[in-house]
Design a protein around this ligand. Sequence first.
Ligand SMILES: Nc1nc2c(ncn2[C@@H]2O[C@H](COP(=O)(O)OP(=O)(O)OP(=O)(O)O)[C@@H](O)[C@H]2O)c(=O)[nH]1
Length: 660
Amino acid sequence: MEDVQEKYLEQKERLLGAIDSAKTILSDLRIFNRDSWVVRYPQLRDQSAEESTPVEVSTSKAPKRKSIRRSLSFADDPTFQTDVVLTPARKGMARSMTLASIADETAEEQSNEEDEDRLVAPSDAADFHVFRLDLKLGSHGSSSSPAALVSQLEKASIANLLDDRIGASMNHINKLRQRVEDKSSKVLVTGDLNAGKSTFVNALLKREVMPVDQQPCTTAFCEVHDAADNDGKEELHILKEGIPYSREDESTYTRADLSELESIVSENENVQQMLKVYLRDARSPTESLLSNGIVDISLIDAPGLNRDSMKTTAVFARQEEIDVVVFVVSAENHFTLSAKEFLWNASNEKAYLFIVVNKYEQIRDKAKCRRLVLEQIKQLSPRTFEDAEDLVHFVDSASAFQKDSQSFENLESSLRSFVLVKRAKSKLTPASTYLTHLLSDVDLLVGANAIVAETELERALEDLNRSRPVLEKMKNGREALDESLEHVEEAGSSRSRMRTKEILNDALVRVGQGKLGVEVSGLNMPSYPGFLGIWEYAREVRKTLLTSVDIAVKLAEDEARKITSTGVDKVFQLGEDHLPEGVERSRRVFMPEAMFSTDKLARKKARRQSGALLAGGVYTLGISLGQRPDMLETTFFDIFDVQHQFRIHFSDKSSEEEGC
Ligand SMILES: Nc1nc2c(ncn2[C@@H]2O[C@H](COP(=O)(O)OP(=O)(O)OP(=O)(O)O)[C@@H](O)[C@H]2O)c(=O)[nH]1
């Protein structure tokens, strides 16, 4: 008995420690996901049949350790795909599987554990248990094709879904913790009418509490608790139907004195009536069944089974909070039909039942009785039969109450350990299974994310290594480049300015002398038509000279274009010389013909046509003096002083033209 207690306590403490560690891990994971790294959600798929055959990794020390290859990808990034190896963890480790990239796998330490030791089967470990996200419920909820789905899911939204899951898991862990810590355990005592259930409960309590009668008398479910749970007061609480009981809330029950129990029970007509009976137990914790320091057992004395009570009791027994069902059968009558039906169903639900064969002392042929009862138990609850020594007890509750009885003491001891064993199963196992699944999920997440992080780190380091010398080179060459650029710019603009001035001055001087501004083929001074055509002649001369000035402007522009082109080439060359390889070059394209344009529409058009970024405008400045009617207006003075007239016009304009 003490062994069972110790084992239970040790297991419970270990589990509580593991629950707390898991909580810390989850909260760290949550913070990490929120502040440092968007946790990626891996998807592991089987590889093609040929590739997915288990890989056996063997060394001289360890002949056998099966690993499985899987293809790892991420829902939010279909481009990332890599092969990974799932290796079962070693015995004693909380982790069920280890995920490693193929490259790491060969370097993994080997173990000689056999596969049976694994906590989770390899195929199971490739999937999530607690953190399984239903990605079909993506933002629009309607998509079913994986490709469409992926495009809906962004890294951040998956990380949010995951955060919700972690939050829910933390809440669940808190509940599990409460359950593991909860010391209360409920034992339901049921059986045939008049089998002696109340007498048995009284014998366990070493006190006459439950009403005992030769006629069927227990008509309510009486749940017996230690009075310590009721501030030390012995009392009866009559529960109200349909209202959840809370000891702190008096509106949920009616108080009564313990002495009223008998009359309340006998007068009750409600088959589902529940009573809470708070009893003081003067015995020491080692003797007391109700409050033994490890689990606080509450006994529920149920009404005898008949057609009315059968269903209610079966529902009651099925409740999760009922750890153990004790079935009392009279040694005189063996199992009735109702008993058989109940036992059959209950043993399907709970597997193991605790059976008390009561009123055993009166039986003359005890061996026969024992044999017959056990035969029936074998049929009704095979698992209980297998463990009959601990689970089937032949006692006489009535006499156990009066004098010490070895068989009854054995029963008590077995019942306590059975409650503990069952509690370990009902309260500790769900928590430890959940933790195993949870940690296996965390492991999968961590493993997959480590692989992504490593890939990203490698890529970032490569980028950094590539960029660092480039940056250094660019930093060092910056000053020289600035200077050279300035030089090219200044040289180009001063040369353009000088050449423009030269060309235009020259043209104006020549026009002033009555000659064409520039000599070009096809442009000649008109010939004198005689005095009668002098007016027209003056106009023609004016037009020709103005056109020659236009041509001079055009020449100056062309010259500036050439100079600028050379400058631009030099700038590009400087870029080539200073910018290291791999640095993106400017896409801007210089189009000399676009210089000197003031026409925005034309510029846009040219940009569309070339498809490149343009510098400058399109066409010439277009001052076209030879086309301007105001300039062509011939005056009386033109006839006498053509040369003087032009000098007045162009000495005013020359400064503007220089600036163009
Ligand atoms: N000789 C003997 N009589 C017993 C024993 N247990 C119970 N009885 C008697 O059997 C009768 C019924 O006992 P109860 O304890 O009331 O039986 P019960 O199963 O609680 O009855 P209901 O709840 O009304 O179905 C009473 O007269 C008891 O004195 C026993 O171990 N030996």
